[in-house]
Write a protein that binds this ligand. Sequence first.
Ligand code: NAD
Length: 483
Amino acid sequence: MQTQPTASHFIGGEYVEDTAGKPIDVIYPATGEVIGRVHSATPAIVDRALEAARGAQAAWAAMTGTERGRILRRAADIMRERNHELSVLETYDTGKPYQETSVADATSGADALEYFGGMAATLTGEHIQLGEDWVYTRREPLGVCVGIGAWNYPTQIASWKGAPALACGNTMVFKPSETTPLCALKVAEILHEAGAPAGVYNVVQGLGDVGAALVSDARVDKVSLTGSVPTGRKVYAAAAAEMKHVTMELGGKSPMIVFDDADIENAVSGAILGNFYSSGQVCSNGTRVFVQKGIKEAFLARLSERLGQAVIGDPQDPATSFGPMVSARQMEIVQGYIAKGQDEGARLVCGGNRLQRDGFFLEPTVFADVTDGMTIAREEIFGPVMAVLDFEDEGDVMARANDTEFGLAAGVFTRDLARAHRVAAGFEAGTCYINTYNDAPVEAPFGGVKASGVGRENSKAAIEHYSQVKSVYVRMGDLEAPF
Ligand code: NAD
């Protein structure tokens, strides 16, 4: 692979290696072959990255927003120019089909760099007049931000965290998932090439212990995690011990409601996008598909037909539309859930098997007649497994849709406008969809409620999570005191 990064870490504007760190093999999910190796960060590497970020922060924050923004926008341009090679690398890192990575990963990272690059020059405080006296506010960076990523969108996550952090004048140390260590290094390389000074954006490798070391370090001011709820609880607690800012982008078990007046073809498209894109490894997936009884069989029949058209195979082939799971471990976890679905009495409509070929391929799987208490309706599976549940009416389905600890996303398919908006208002979720599913444009806030997270990524909302406001009181006349 020509595009492979040349060392494990990127610190202070250069690739850095320390082979004393525990080796982490990079496995191509489509074949199971080892295609690379990085080394987990040793304490010396963690220290070096944090020192680099700390050392670079004041000068980076002192640049004008226009200057910082120009660098981010230049990085966006480079990312788009290299979309093909970055997409090939993303496919090696994750196993996701090139058909997806070429339109959803570096492109989405570039969108974030461009959007926050454009916004950097517009970040201001405000003026508050108090008679003759006045207060002004300064929007200031937080300092050093740590980003910790999941394995499903390595380029996107590294960019979605880096772009707003850097736009606000922070520096970043990013730790990718140990399962997909390669792509974030390319983000660092590109930012550096675009003119980001050494130390502004650093990448270190490692498992949870490296993440934990970063989170608890006193030099860190903010932590943004994309990961599972159990990890989120640990990271949030560690950050709270030192009163650090956090953004938590965590898991979900999101509902998608299909009313009997919906356009069935669109609803099936939504269910496919919300369950099988990236082989189901998407946090906001609508994995509890509630279908109103009258159209249930028609919906299932059309869904099975459409799933038969999935092109499963070599993810580097642009014709492939469905790839492997990211790892053997993730595949086994999902197989466990499929077995549980069968044991607990759900009806397997299609899929359910591992493919007889190298790599970690599972068939797109649909269960029907799923009931609310079943494990596959309660726990996040994070694989290509859809649970279809029946419902009678709106009142019944809303209570059931919200009966979950999660609250990341939710969707509704109906032709009834008033009902669509009423249902969206009633959802306990951070991101809702009407007659669509899983869009995530940089212009719109993205994040969860309940156990699914804290804070928002993307949009103007992200600025609040990467900056803080200082109030400065100014008295124009004499100051009186009681004595
Ligand atoms: P994970 O929680 O196992 O790991 C996430 C990251 O946290 C990894 O980089 C890991 O090394 C690190 N980590 C683990 N323990 C840590 C600790 N104690 N301290 C600091 N860091 C630690 O998640 P995963 O399996 O990589 O990803 C899948 C999960 O991510 C799913 O639950 C999915 O829903 C969620 N996810 C959420 C979003 C979102 O935006 N809401 C996006 C993608 C994935």
